[in-house]
Ligand binder design. Structure first.
Ligand code: COA
Length: 328
């Protein structure tokens, strides 16, 4: 059909929060954080820097590399669990900031699986009779705004960032699509192991909800770990079993960058450790931005060539999960 990735971009806020900084905030240590997670530092947005600010910067970087203007976009999808506000959606705010023309704009909330959910959705819309020609898919998160900085079991894990991918349908039936195969799924029975309880219609903001720290990430760490490894490995195995290409053609495996121990457990089970890309030590878990950051790092450092295959895989609150085999 001719739907290709023509640009990638990323943005990370200037301020770095190191493990040494966290040692001064909660009862933790660099040794504990590195041995349990692999994380050494994460970027934290300024108080006045919003999710849409970061998303717009990542989008502009992707537009530049794609060599196209924002006013040629037909579709903008932003994945985030930290929208600027409940409405309007963050995609419309980004649309205004980057100077895009009127087009379809909406947000996706699939937590850390959001970028892959967004790429699946955009591909479906572009391949449909609606024939959207150019799409911008962004994963952007200001997780520092929903992290409880007094809770050592979660505050060491997360960081802020945005990443963007631009898709274009060149209309040439000879051009292979970027979308080689995909798995997208969720299981709502596990919704309570990773959530932000307050701030929605179930528990609107109140003095009590604020006093009880309910506007922050709550997580059952060990259960999340176990489900993460299981869902990511199963999703990858499904794609590997269905793949019609030799597995050597998969140049990179990009798992969601939540935690080095999860990444290595997945890599060991898939038996492709040398092809697994990871950068979690520099960013922490940036939720829906994480896979896009990896893609952009590989793209800009010349480590992706036309015809390479990249196996991306993610899981997140919901639980949601997705794997996408990308043809570069
Ligand atoms: N510093 C020091 N000690 C800490 C700590 C920290 N930052 N956070 C927790 N601890 C303590 C706990 O209080 C507990 O102490 P206790 O035994 O006295 O009660 C101890 O360390 C062990 O906690 P436990 O939860 O068993 O550690 P763990 O080995 O499971 O590692 C995680 C914790 C969070 C790193 C791990 O469960 C994990 O990676 N889970 C998945 C998280 C994730 O990826 N979430 C995002 C999904 S998108």
């Amino acid at each position: 059909m001719g739907i290709r990735i023509i640009g990638t971009g990323r943005y990370t806020p200037e301020r770095l929060l190191t493990n040494a900084d966290l040692e001064k905030m909660v009862d933790t240590s660099d040794e504990w954080i590195v041995s349990r997670t692999g994380i050494k530092e994460r970027h934290i947005a300024r108080p006045d820097e919003t999710t849409s600010d970061m998303a717009a910067k990542a989008a502009e970087a992707a537009l530049e590399i794609a060599g196209i203007n924002a006013d040629t976009l037909d579709l903008i999808i932003v994945s985030t669990v930290t929208p600027d506000m409940p409405f309007p959606n963050t995609a419309t705010i980004v649309q205004k900031k980057i100077g895009a023309a009127p087009c379809v704009c909406f947000d996706i909330e699939a937590a850390c699986s959001g970028l892959l959910y967004g790429l699946n959705t955009a591909y479906g819309m572009m391949a449909s009779p609606l024939k959207y020609k150019r799409a911008l898919v962004i994963g952007a998160e200001k997780l520092s705004s929903i992290v409880d900085w007094t809770d050592r079991s979660t505050c060491v894990l997360f960081g802020d960032a945005a990443a963007a991918v631009i898709l274009e349908n060149d209309g040439d039936p000879e051009t292979p699509d970027f979308y080689a195969d995909g798995v997208v799924s969720a299981n709502g029975n596990y919704g309570d192991i990773l959530q932000m309880p307050a701030g929605g219609s179930a528990m609107p903001a109140s003095h009590e909800s604020v006093d009880n720290h309910l506007h922050f990430i709550k997580m059952g760490g060990p259960k999340t770990f176990q489900l993460a490894v299981h869902s990511m490995v199963e999703a990858c195995r499904t794609l590997i079993e269905r793949a019609t290409i030799p597995l050597e053609k998969i140049r990179w495996v990009i798992p969601h960058q939540a935690n080095w121990r999860i990444i290595s457990a997945v890599a060991a089970r898939l038996d492709m450790p040398e092809r697994v890309y990871q950068n979690v030590e520099r960013y922490g878990n940036t939720s829906s931005a994480s896979i896009g950051i990896c893609l952009d790092e590989l793209n800009r450092s010349g480590q992706l060539e036309k015809g390479d295959y990249v196996l991306t895989v993610s899981f997140g609150a919901g639980l949601t999960w997705s794997a996408l085999l990308i043809r570069w």
